[in-house]
Design a protein around this ligand. Structure first.
Ligand SMILES: Cc1cc2nc3c(=O)[nH]c(=O)nc-3n(C[C@H](O)[C@H](O)[C@H](O)COP(=O)(O)OP(=O)(O)OC[C@H]3O[C@@H](n4cnc5c(N)ncnc54)[C@H](O)[C@@H]3O)c2cc1C
Length: 496
């Protein structure tokens, strides 16, 4: 079979591959890059606007990023890390808007204040303390706090209207939070890549097999999903940015670093408001606390969304049990991913997480009425007839070996890199698309270290991400400068 050649093969056309392709092309326009996608279009799996929550995760509203221990001590480090990761993405998008590689930012990012909302003495005490800790840090100094129902009514009218006054309530608010249409962003980034020399996008092409050749390059076999025709690409570097499809491909690569990894898929659904008058009354993302026993990704939130420049209102996600790794995947994905190398971690995690599995099964079987009852905790006046159920994307949580327990379930993302740096894969889904730029820079640092050390690449990377190599967490002045620029260019309200 005649093979096409590429320096870089990006498997999957989601936001991760689009970000990596964009960064690499900016660093070296002469690189030959091929992107292959099983579906007919770009950014239609997890990255599509309807398949994720579109929260520009910055640690402002997600209470699971600031856990409290039994003594009530709150750890804010994850919120700080996610915040600086998101600031890296904002810098990349700012650079791309300024250089006209991306259009007017309202096509993919819009202001949506980020609020955390809780009720009950214990939760209010937690939120008050969380605010005290976070607002002392320069990255969170703009966070407001209130227990005053009148202020909360102004911040989130739907949430406070006709709410019983039997429990204390509190909220925090960051006015410059954002809603991101990651699907549109991905499609714009790939549209720009398509205009570059030496870039090729192949849709309807599914990667079936991959094997490393004796010269270190990868021989990757594709199948046309319409005609069934087979083709081959030989590439020096392969990125498995296939979302839920990355794990089976990583196993097929046979690299020893893949051993022991497994996946735990979780499905998602939203309640979508069908009444425009209601949609118009909410202007923020209001995050609550996950119910006891629920996984972190099922933290409920009432969200203003702007997808394809249309405003909508979603509540959820309702996590559920599934055996599919992709929304358009197969029910045999989970059983098919079991093999000798990951059987022990998978079985251990299966036994340890029986309550989680039962929780997800119960969630999947919920009635419309019971989902509406969850919504009424956030929007007391919600009417059953104004909301419909829509499917969200799949997340495949990472299962990995653990010395003590045999296997453990992780809720973050993980980049797996081959020892010879010719292949990298992205597993997991949180904080996900928001921190894509930071995660893809990590891939570049680990897989192209010599190139990144050259004068040209190190200068270019600083032009694109001005804070690169410095700490936004430690350097308040740098953080202020960087944020002033990104907020101005991306049209995010700064509160000044
Ligand atoms: C319910 C939900 C809510 C979320 N909320 C947020 C949020 O609020 N904020 C946030 O930042 N992130 C969020 N995320 C996470 C975010 O959506 C993902 O991290 C991100 O979209 C992953 O991008 P990706 O490019 O890795 O994967 P994807 O967008 O899934 O792209 C992978 C692509 O690979 C293709 N593919 C798969 N297998 C093959 C193959 N064998 N050959 C060729 N192509 C293949 C697929 O068709 C797909 O197009 C959420 C996710 C879910 C499911």
């Amino acid at each position: 079979m005649a093979a096409q050649q590429a320096d870089v093969l990006l498997v999957g056309a989601g936001t991760m591959s689009a970000t990596l392709g964009t960064l690499l092309k900016q660093l070296d326009p002469t690189l030959t890059i091929t992107m292959v996608e099983a579906l007919s279009d770009v950014g239609r799996e997890s990255s599509d606007g309807w398949n994720n929550a579109g929260t520009g995760h910055a640690g402002y509203c997600e209470l699971n990023y600031t856990p409290a221990d039994d003594a009530g001590n709150i750890d804010i480090q994850k919120a700080l890390t996610v915040n600086t990761g998101f600031e890296t993405s904002l810098q990349l998008w700012t650079y791309l808007v300024e250089s006209t590689a991306l259009p007017d930012p309202t096509h993919f990012i819009n202001p949506a204040p980020h609020l955390s909302f809780v009720w009950g003495e214990e939760n209010v005490a937690y939120l008050r303390k969380r605010h005290q800790l976070l607002s002392q840090h320069h990255l969170f100094s703009g966070m407001e706090y209130s227990e005053d129902p009148a202020v909360l009514r102004e911040w989130m009218p739907l949430v406070m209207a006709n709410r019983k006054a039997d429990k204390p309530v509190a909220a925090t608010r960051v006015a410059y939070g954002s809603d991101v249409d990651f699907g549109s962003l991905t499609r714009y980034m790939v549209d720009h890549l398509k205009q570059a020399d030496h870039f090729k996008l192949l849709t309807h092409r599914k990667v079936k097999e991959l094997e490393q050749m004796s010269d270190g390059r990868w021989k990757v076999d594709l199948q046309d999903t319409e005609s069934g025709e087979r083709s081959r690409i030989k590439a020096r570097f392969v990125f498995l940015g296939a979302g839920g499809g990355a794990l089976p491909l990583l196993h097929k690569s046979g690299i020893k670093e893949a051993q022991g990894y497994g996946g735990f898929p979780v499905s998602g659904q939203w309640l979508k408001c069908t009444r425009p008058e209601v949609v118009e009354q909410h202007h923020s993302k209001v995050y609550g606390k996950a119910p006891v026993g629920a996984p972190p990704m099922s933290v409920p939130h009432l969200d203003t969304r702007t997808i394809d420049r249309q405003k909508s209102l979603l509540f959820g996600p309702f996590a559920g049990f599934t055996t599919k790794f992709l929304k358009k995947g197969s029910v045999f994905d989970l059983p098919g991913s079991l093999h000798a190398g990951n059987l022990r971690p998978m079985i251990n995690v299966g036994f340890d997480n029986m309550p989680l599995t039962f929780y997800l099964m119960r969630e999947a079987l919920q009635s419309h009425g019971s989902r509406m009852d969850s919504l009424r905790n956030y929007y007391p006046d919600a009417k059953d007839s104004d909301w419909e159920l829509v499917a969200a994307g799949q997340r495949v949580q990472v299962i990995k070996k653990d010395k003590q327990k045999g296997g453990k379930l992780e809720f973050g993302t993980e980049v797996v890199v081959a020892g010879d740096r010719t292949l990298a894969a992205l597993l997991g889904a949180s904080p996900g698309a928001s921190t894509a730029a930071r995660t893809m820079l990590d891939v570049i640092e680990r897989c192209f270290p010599e190139r990144l050390a050259t004068e040209e690449w190190s200068r270019r990377v600083r032009e694109i991400i001005p804070s690169y190599g410095q700490s936004l967490q430690d350097d308040a002045e740098l953080a202020r400068e960087v944020r002033a620029r990104t907020q101005k260019v991306l049209g995010l309200y700064s509160g000044d």
